[in-house]
Design a protein around this ligand. Structure first.
Ligand SMILES: [Zn+2]
Length: 385
């Protein structure tokens, strides 16, 4: 079963370990995103050497293609991905609300049109759990309603209450599964944890109501959802200011979909342990490299004959072997190695950022370090972290 151990604090920031049946994850941790069962452009061996400890896969994409039953027949998500480490799957809810053409939403679930073949698909709390049980992730997420960032307060309040009801139904399905599965286990017979998701937009009262109801369910972990939807850095920070008192100290806290380095620094300082985001992989495919001095756009002409690596201080595979000029050439020539190499560097950068954060918490210097790093990482966004 999944367990969280906090091994030290610095203010509200927590240094800890997530103990899973597939190994331990040092926290705070960043999870690269493997949307369709693959972290785009990199092999599991490259992921490991880039420092990834745990990855995320998207239930929405996998349930539509190749389908949860097919993934199960292939031996589950770990076999499909050839990734032996821990995996977290989201419930599919966020993608249904943000990507799909939604047909119907009520208390029983949500019906939408598949972007793959146009068929009607219904996702209920019990179905979301059943699909994730077939996929076999180590951590599954409850189905929640994700209102758009611009939703008014009544809409957000209704989504909070519906998400609380769905959390209870997901918990029931997880503890007393229908069919041959064992309680709290995947269809592959491995232990599987369920995390609840706090909603509530930027409304403090709704966030508190959401957290209190979820904590009553005594789940193995809790996520903060519905942020990074256009509310801005300061509004995100004020929601996170309350997280440390709202969520129990002995469970992991996961901030969903947040990955801007400056947001990660601010969130860790407010007590968050886990992150996921497509930024390192998506930006890597677009020739944008993250460094401690800000971002490099590798297509720019200024790098054409530059023999330096992306970052002279980085010891990733890409920086040990390739010049900026070579990477620019690979992108302009549309060679598939270009996106792979910059993705490797970006994943390594995010893993190094998290390792530096963990070391700073241990040293008790996070506040000072985070301010300094945020200034260097995002010189145009001001020092606040
Ligand atoms: Zn590098």
């Amino acid at each position: 079963m999944l367990r969280y151990e906090c091994t030290g604090t610095d203010g509200k920031a927590r240094r800890g370990r997530l103990l899973t049946a597939r190994g331990e994850v040092h926290t705070p941790a960043f999870m690269p995103v493997g949307t369709a069962g693959t972290v785009k452009g990199v092999t599991p061996a490259q992921l490991v050497s880039a420092g990834a400890q745990m990855v995320l896969a998207n239930t929405y994409h996998l349930m539509l293609r190749p389908g949860a039953e097919t993934v199960e027949r292939l031996g589950g998500l770990h076999a499909l991905m050839a990734w032996p480490g821990p995996v977290l799957t989201d419930s599919g809810g966020y993608q249904v609300f943000s990507l799909a053409h939604m047909r119907k939403l009520d208390d029983t679930g949500v019906t939408f049109q598949s972007h793959v073949d146009g068929s009607q698909v219904t996702l209920t709390p019990a179905r979301a759990v059943e699909i994730q049980r077939r996929l076999g992730a180590d951590v599954m997420m409850q189905l929640d309603e994700c209102p758009p960032g611009r939703a008014d307060k009544d809409h957000v309040a209704a989504a909070v209450r519906r998400s609380i009801r769905w959390a209870r139904l997901c918990r029931d399905a997880w503890e007393a599964p229908f069919g041959p599965a064992a309680a709290r286990h995947s269809r592959q017979g491995r232990p599987q944890a369920l995390f609840g998701i706090q909603q509530g937009g930027t409304h403090r009262d709704l966030r508190a109501e959401s957290a209190a109801a979820l904590v009553e369910l005594d789940l193995p972990g809790y996520a903060v959802g519905g942020l990074s939807v256009g509310e801005g850095h300061d509004a995100m920070c004020s929601v996170l200011d309350a997280v440390d008192e709202q969520l129990p100290a002995d469970r992991p806290r996961y901030l969903m979909g947040v990955g801007e380095p400056r947001d990660i620094l601010a969130a860790v300082r407010r007590g968050i342990d886990m992150f996921d985001c497509v930024l390192p992989t998506r930006n890597g495919r677009n020739a944008q490299a993250f460094t401690w001095q800000g971002r490099l756009r590798l297509r720019n002409a200024q790098w054409a004959a530059d023999p330096r690596p992306i970052d002279e201080a980085c010891d990733c595979y890409t920086c040990r072997h390739y010049a900026r000029g070579t990477l620019r050439h690979l992108f302009l020539a549309r060679e598939m190695l270009g996106p792979t190499l910059v993705t490797i560097h970006n994943l390594h950068f995010f893993a190094s950022l998290m390792a530096a954060i963990r070391a700073a918490i241990e040293a008790g210097t996070l506040d000072e370090d985070a301010r300094r790093w945020a200034e260097r990482l995002c010189p145009d966004q001001g020092p606040r972290a």
